[in-house]
Design a protein around this ligand. Sequence first.
Ligand SMILES: [Zn+2]
Length: 215
Amino acid sequence: MFLEPHFKGQRSGWIEVICGSMFSGKTEELIRRLKRAKIANQKVEIFKPIIDTRYAEESVVSHDANAIIAKPIASSMELLDLAEGVSVVGVDEAQFFDLNLPQVCQQLALRGIRVIVAGLDMDYRGKPFGPIPDLLAVGEYITKVHAICQHCGNLATHSYRLSDDEGTVVLGEKDRYEARCRTCYHMGNILSLQVKEVPQVEEVEKVKTQKKMDF
Ligand SMILES: [Zn+2]
């Protein structure tokens, strides 16, 4: 588990990045860190890209409905003004922000702000997603969280898209994506087909009986 650095007597601005696939608990981890800062009476603000309208307009909502209020913004540059007087800035769904986000986060960190960014590290094609790769390079603390592969139970690093929609920005809903490990991700839709073709229990029993009779 990530533990905040002990910064007494040190300069306080830095960047934390929480990345991983879908269903890996990125937002939950972001919320955990922000809530703890809030309890310590630090001034906390949370932002998300305006494109993420899956849930309530004004909140970061993790999949377990553990919500905290977030401001939707259109451009990462807006953070420079909005973070005035704030000690901890959270950014959710950071992969959908523009490519200025790493630069903006660095400016905030220089002002002494603790910046916590959460986002998908790879899109559904397995490619590094938007500003996340650069944030991983410039951040002080990186946490990669994992989901569980829905096919084999290993740690999942990839978000497999079940729909044929071509755009990169298809927001997360359980029925459109699966968390998969590297191997299952590369098996593609063969896995979905295999699941459908598994014979019913009665049929398996029939085959067993037939085999017995053959002997
Ligand atoms: Zn797997």
